[in-house]
Design a protein around this ligand. Structure first.
Ligand SMILES: [Zn+2]
Length: 394
């Protein structure tokens, strides 16, 4: 079979051709639904607000293995830097180019073709298979997977294991899979002072000077030690704004933006409380020195809580599938940004992310190796077979 007729490649191209910028699904889900209906999946459309989602299920028996993913993509970015148009799938030198090729229309295509082969061979598989697909993973993710999981819980559906198609691989397909992600917590600290002429220090209150000790304290704090699955929580300042531009004026405020990538050893509460303590302690010397009070304001935004899924039956199935198809075993990792796994793991499901090499995701000229698409489909098929066709391990 030539590359041009490979069903996974053909389906990936069909999906890439639809410019599904978050939350617009642009018809991608209809394509997937048609294929799943042909396999006797029961479909539930679950739109919330502007977001398209669907749930598909084949069989009722446990274990239930869910294949999950998103049809939405991030914007193309500067078109002049693409070597072929982002929404015209193009194969060059063994790679399929197009927005969403790696994140994650290629994975969705591989999941569908894997199911088609498996169900043709094993129409009476013992466990059941679910599909959870959203068009809002790259955006605010409020009306996507989180809402579908809520709905599933209302229906009494218990997910035993969930395979997410996020591009987890570093150098080679399947060299890394994820069983968790760090949380992301952003903060903005504003310290108010009193503006004035630099030549009259007794008439000003300099918020930049007051910030010095705080920055030092926050940057040198050890928040936790990490654990077996996570590196220690990290704190980074991303932006500092202060000053009027004139070199003879003390400004009246400074704004400091920062972000925590935190692990399961720290809670949101603990990070916020400790940050507040360090700010108060940092301001104290400046207030003592000047005999003046600096008021401040601290605002928080939680982008995602950390999650970790203890490796179980799915991790074993993933590892043996990758080993069988690729000849090496994947490394378990919790690297990367946030993912929809954070909504699924709290239900008690074992969650593993396995998808293409992530080197080009969200960039111009996003790509996936055509050979990897076929291999990924076989890896998914192998995992499906292990999870739903054999007696569950006791
Ligand atoms: Zn993604």
């Amino acid at each position: 079979m030539g590359a041009s007729t490979d069903p996974t490649l053909a389906l990936a191209c069909d999906l890439i051709r639809r410019p599904s910028l978050t939350p617009d699904d642009a018809g991608c889900q209809d394509v997937l639904i048609q294929r799943l209906q042909a396999l006797d999946f029961t479909i539930q459309h679950l739109p919330y607000g502007e977001v398209s989602n669907f749930w598909a299920q084949r069989g009722k028996a446990r274990p239930l293995l869910v294949l999950a993913g998103h049809t939405d993509v991030v914007p193309a970015g500067p078109l002049e830097h693409w070597h072929s148009p982002p929404f015209e799938p193009t194969v060059r030198a063994g790679y399929l180019y197009g927005r969403g090729a790696a994140d994650m229309k290629g994975s969705l295509a591989a999941m569908i073709t894997a199911c088609e082969r498996l169900i043709t061979a094993e129409p009476d598989h013992q466990g059941s298979i679910g599909f959870l697909v959203t068009s809002d993973e790259e955006g605010p993710a409020l009306d996507g997977t989180a809402r579908v999981v809520e709905w599933l819980q209302g229906q009494g559906v218990i997910i035993d294991a969930c395979l997410l198609g996020e591009p987890s691989s570093h150098q080679q397909l399947g060299d890394a899979v994820r069983n968790g992600r760090r949380g992301s917590l952003s903060g903005c600290l504003e310290i108010q002072g009193v503006q004035g002429h630099v030549a009259y220090p007794q008439q000003v209150r300099n918020p930049i000077h007051a910030a010095g000790a705080i920055i030092d304290a926050l940057a040198s704090e050890i928040w936790d030690q990490g654990n077996a699955f996570f590196p220690p929580t990290s704190f980074q300042i991303s932006n500092i704004h202060a000053g009027t531009g004139a070199d003879n004026v003390v400004p009246d405020r400074i704004e400091i933006q920062f972000n925590f990538r935190f692990c399961t050893e720290s809670t949101v509460d603990a990070l916020q409380t400790r940050t507040q303590q360090l700010i108060d302690a940092g301001l104290a010397p400046a207030e003592l020195r000047s005999g003046q009070h600096f008021s401040h304001r601290l605002q928080w935004r939680l982008a995602g809580r950390p999650f970790v899924s203890t490796p179980g039956r799915l991790a074993t199935a993933v590892s043996s599938a990758v080993n069988h198809e690729c000849g090496y075993c994947p490394e378990l990792s919790t690297a990367g940004g946030t993912s929809d796994g954070r909504f699924i793991a709290p239900t008690g499901a074992e969650v593993i992310e396995l998808g293409p090499v992530n080197a080009s995701i969200h960039q111009v000229n996003e790509r996936v190796a055509v050979a990897d698409l076929c291999t990924l489909s076989r890896v998914y098929e192998h995992i499906l077979r292990t999870m739903v066709c054999c007696e569950p391990a006791s």
